[in-house]
Design a protein around this ligand. Structure first.
Ligand SMILES: [Zn+2]
Length: 362
């Protein structure tokens, strides 16, 4: 009986439910907030690698990245038949990293490679559960960002911008040749620890659903009863939603928003990907806005969320003519509601990966 119970426990552990995924996500979020999203251990590993290849300053070129792979003892192989469920596959037996040749991809190929190397440098083992899998992904994302935007070089850049009261995410993006999302997220790593600025970051789909969120500035993200933020609709008054209606897609859109937890200044941009249009935004409490470009904006909004009368409940005039006369068919958010795929690497077909490695290792 004991054996059977243990077996069942093991099986349950491997099939991560949405609840388990949410819980794991919540724990990670709390840990990141506590540390101001700064992880000195990953910064140190990234610096060691950069030193090993003689990097000094500026964006990380393809050439330097190839040097990094070489320095760590890996060869790179671009193939046309990478398993569908993967972005890269690492052969730890022969120290090879397989990447796709395809041009059609949402992810910066440099990040994909650096994340693959991150698992090796950070000594990751096969994840024991979904929480482990998530934590590893956070770690490799951090490691890759710490290489693309090295701590010292990025900090020097940010301190100059702060002194000139001209901090702008798009300047970080341009100086280090990364996406706006990568630049915005990297800003959250360094802002609190080094600049003394508390902040929040948000990635929101054009439908209003939040995909990624981080805060240590007290902004009140919408949450479900489990504390999960991902999958919740953002307030329609927030910058992350308002930016979709701004015709100028070339400049960042900035706005002051009065919320239930204070006044925030936020700046956002939209980026298009295969999954649709997303807004990426960075916000700070009013007291910190003096360091940012765009603080002179006259755009202002008021959000009383989570009060349902803010933006969730239809206005009385509309409700009186339509309540009871509408039958919408909902589009399911399958990525958030479906049970997490089973297996050591959720969503990855292991047979496909092993067969691929077998075929390529000759
Ligand atoms: Zn609202």
């Amino acid at each position: 009986m004991g054996l059977l119970q243990e077996l069942e426990r093991k099986l349950n552990e491997q099939v991560a439910t949405p609840e388990e995924a949410r819980r794991a996500n919540g724990e990670l979020r709390a840990m990141m907030r506590e540390r101001g999203n700064y992880f000195p251990e990953y910064e140190a590993e990234a610096q060691k690698v950069l030193k090993g290849v003689g990097y000094t300053t500026g964006p990380l070129s393809q050439h330097v990245i190839a040097d990094i792979a070489d320095h760590l003892g890996f060869t790179l192989h671009h193939v046309g038949d990478l398993p569908h469920s993967t972005r890269s596959v690492t052969d730890l037996k022969n120290h090879r990293i397989y990447l796709t040749q395809s041009q059609r991809q949402d992810h910066d190929p440099r990040s994909v490679l650096l994340q693959a190397l991150g698992h090796y440098v950070l000594g990751h083992e096969t994840p024991k559960n979904y929480g482990d899998f998530l934590a590893q992904r956070v770690a490799t994302n951090y490691f890759a960002a710490a290489l693309l935007l090295p701590e010292n070089a990025t900090l020097e850049f940010l301190q100059k911008a702060k002194a000139a009261k001209e901090i702008a995410v798009e300047d970080i993006r341009d100086a280090f040749a990364v996406s706006y999302e990568t630049a915005a997220h990297r800003f959250t790593n360094l802002a609190t620890k080094h600049l003394g600025i508390t902040t929040h970051f948000q990635k929101t789909h054009q439908s209003g659903i939040i995909y990624k969120a981080y805060e240590n500035d007290g902004v009140a993200f919408p949450q479900d009863h489990t504390g999960a933020i991902e999958g919740q609709p953002a307030c329609k008054a927030w910058t992350s939603r308002a930016v979709f209606d701004v015709p100028d897609k070339f400049s960042a859109y900035s706005q002051y928003t009065d919320t239930v937890s204070g006044t925030y200044w936020c700046t956002a941009r939209t980026e298009r990907s295969a999954a649709g249009e997303f807004s990426l935004s960075i916000g700070v409490p009013y007291q910190h806005v003096k360091w940012f470009r765009g603080r002179e904006t006259t755009a202002r909004a008021t959000s009383t969320c989570p009060d349902p009368n803010c933006c969730k409940r239809p206005p009385a005039s509309l409700a009186s003519s339509w309540a009871g006369n509408a039958w919408p068919s909902a589009r399911a958010h399958s990525h958030l509601l479906a049970a997490m795929p089973p297996g050591a690497f959720p969503g990855v077909d292991e047979t496909e990966v092993y067969a691929f490695l077998e075929a390529h290792s000759g």
